[in-house]
Design a protein around this ligand. Structure first.
Ligand SMILES: *Cc1c(COP(=O)(O)O)cnc(C)c1O
Length: 364
């Protein structure tokens, strides 16, 4: 028998979440963001459930090729554009739309020989200070692109740094508006957090939204709102089984560093899941876990291949009992990936992208 750990992708939840994202921006078309191999889920595993999207956004050209290999003929947007002049040949061949965020990318496009002019998304750095032209240089970039025979259509794009937090989007939205108000072209502004939290502000100004994390059932602004608050369902379950049981007495300790000490008799389940599976080592005693669908807590440290859990709330648990590290138990109990991420001081994004290669996947 293989080691019992298993990751399960839930297609019905993906479709549901995509519909939720669409409802948050009812007048916009929706890019399903599938970068990083669909946030760790696997592009091929999510594709069918997300094919009602208006387009797919990603940044790895090999992933764009995989989407075309699945016979997706609709829009694909390269969120970081081309890294190299040769990438433009693939854009021409596969009909990829691409971001233009710097002068070097305009130079490459100006030198590119193509029969088919490209649709490009001109990105403004409206305050995030990652990719994009500054507001001062944005219109000159637009004018330069607009004069190129290689360009068919220019759309306008920016990205918010604080859509999930108290600073919000207004400061960046004002900068974007001031520079672009009289430029033609479609607009795309919002990630999940902006679409869900600031739909009223950006709704009318968006032709396309770019939800990623919401599609994968994790809240963009946990703990202010949970995934359930947003009506999102878990799309990825990490499950395993109990492979050993220990009976402790007061004073016994568990695991490396003896970080947990029992203060009385305690039954401990040993679970086949560790940091080499992608379960975060920063989780400590108290991190929630489901055993037979019942919520209990991890105790002690995460080791490479195992964690240890308190079986007190689950008296019937034994060797082979089902454990849900995050996601949905077979009985339907939900443990949000956001809770585990918070216990590890990180975000759901990181956990879903970090499920290790040794973990087998199935599609429900
Ligand atoms: C990743 C990404 C998104 C999606 O962000 P989420 O927070 O996952 O919704 C949107 N736009 C750009 C440019 C991105 O890189």
């Amino acid at each position: 028998m293989p080691r019992p750990i298993l990751a399960t992708v839930h297609p019905a939840a993906l479709s549901h979440n995509l519909a939720r994202a669409r409802a948050a921006a009812p007048d916009a078309r929706v890019w399903a963001v599938v970068k990083a191999n669909a946030y760790g889920h696997g592009i091929e595993r999510v594709f069918d459930a997300l094919r009602s999207a208006d387009g797919f956004a990603l940044l790895d050209l090999a992933e764009a090729q995989r989407l075309r290999a699945l016979d997706w003929r609709g829009p694909i947007l390269l969120l970081e554009g081309c890294f190299d002049a040769r990438d433009l040949e693939l854009c021409s061949r596969l009909g990829l739309w691409h971001t233009i965020h710097c002068d070097e990318q305009i130079d490459m496009l100006a030198a590119h020989k193509t029969q088919v002019p490209h649709r490009v998304f001109l990105k403004m750095n409206s305050g995030m200070n990652r990719l994009g032209f500054t507001p001062e240089r944005y219109r000159a970039a637009w004018t330069r692109l607009n004069a190129l025979p290689q360009v068919e259509e220019i759309s306008l794009m920016t990205h918010f740094s604080d859509a999930d937090g108290p600073r919000g989007i207004t400061h960046q939205l004002q900068v974007f508006e001031a520079v672009t108000h009289d430029l033609p072209g479609e607009r795309t502004l919002s990630n999940s957090a902006a679409a869900l939290r600031h739909g009223a502000l950006v709704g009318e100004k968006s032709d396309w939204v770019r939800p990623g994390i919401a599609v994968y059932g994790s809240s963009p602004d946990f703990p202010e709102h949970s995934a359930a608050d947003w009506g999102l369902l878990p799309t990825l379950t990490l499950a395993s089984k109990i492979i050993g049981v220990q009976h402790l007495v007061a004073g016994d300790t568990v695991g490396y560093g003896s970080s947990f000490t029992a203060d009385g008799p305690l039954r401990i389940g040993v679970v086949a899941c560790g940091y080499a599976d992608g379960y975060p080592r920063h989780c400590t005693t108290g991190t929630p876990v489901l055993v037979n669908g019942v919520r209990t807590r991890m105790v002690g440290r995460v080791s490479m291949d195992m964690i240890t859990v308190d079986l007190t709330p689950v008296p019937d648990a034994r060797m082979g009992s089902d454990v849900t590290l995050w996601g949905r138990s077979s009985g339907g109990a939900v443990l949000s990936i956001d809770e585990i991420a918070a216990a590890a001081g990180t975000v759901g994004y990181e956990l879903m992208c970090a499920v290790a290669a040794r973990v087998p996947f199935q599609v429900e």
